[in-house]
Design a protein around this ligand. Structure first.
Ligand code: ADP
Ligand code: MG
Length: 233
């Protein structure tokens, strides 16, 4: 199968001069579940931001579905909009992405921005509320929910866009054991439905449970790939 995501020799430094990525190459096929692992500071979050075009590499290339993703291509509004609908990003801190007055509005926001008909927006909101079991919270203000509840709302607000790829940065951070277990099962269920999943996590046990392929990044930014199971992807 053709790669959906292809990054080649990416290099990235922050404005203060610290090199966060020193030549990372990675490809992801449709339907694959890939975890990015490695110690704190190895560049997982930086790579995730680049994958979502919230930052751009200094050197190297990033292709998504055959299109080059860089500062220039993302300046075209229609291209950028289409790209952001294909790849959904759940931040490590859900508070950073929740801004609506109610859970229901939060989940409706992206499909409304996409210009979908009202009936379709409603259908997606109901589907996502059911999928994440958020019925009892639908009128609540996301801001006052617990961390686990916020995480669920953040995931629902991204899934309502129906992206092909779902990217999560440290999805278990701040969750209690019960919510961790629930989320692990939920992410596996999403993979079964055909979503491509890319997850940054320092939790190797979690990575081993969910991933088809574990990508280890080290501080020198060499990466190793470990395939958990034979796959014909
Ligand atoms: P990880 O997610 O694996 O913990 P990060 O991508 O957050 O790693 O960080 C990679 C490197 O880049 C680290 O050395 C970190 O200190 C540095 N870094 C991250 N964010 C910034 C920033 N905004 N400004 C300067 N350096 C940063
Ligand atoms: Mg990180």
């Amino acid at each position: 199968m053709v790669d959906m995501i292809q990054i080649n020799d990416l290099k990235f430094s922050y404005p203060d001069g610290s090199a966060a990525l020193r030549g990372v190459s990675l490809s992801v096929k449709p339907g694959e579940f890939v975890t990015l692992c490695g110690l704190s500071g190895c560049g997982k979050s930086t790579l995730i931001r680049i994958l979502n075009a919230l930052a751009f590499a200094d050197l190297g290339t990033y292709e998504f579905d055959g299109d080059i993703i860089d500062e220039k291509s993302m300046k075209k509004e229609s291209f950028a909009k289409a790209f952001h609908q294909k790849i959904g990003y759940v931040f490590q801190n859900p508070e950073a992405q929740l801004f609506c007055a109610s859970v229901e509005e939060e989940i409706a926001f992206a499909p409304m921005q996409m210009g979908l008909p009202e009936e379709e927006v409603k259908r997606r909101v109901e589907d996502c509320i059911a999928l994440l079991n958020l019925g009892s919270l639908r009128d609540r203000a996301p801001y006052y929910l617990s961390t686990g509840e916020k995480k669920k709302v953040a995931i629902a607000s991204i899934l309502s866009m129906n992206p092909k790829v779902l990217v999560l940065d440290e999805p278990l951070s701040g969750l209690d054991t019960e919510t961790e277990e629930w989320l692990t099962g939920f992410l596996l269920q999403l993979k079964k439905s055909g979503k491509t999943m890319i997850i940054a996590t320092y939790n190797h046990k979690f990575a081993g449970t969910v991933a088809d392929r574990i990508v280890f990044m080290d501080r020198d930014h060499h990466i190793d790939h470990i395939w958990k199971r034979d796959t014909d992807l």
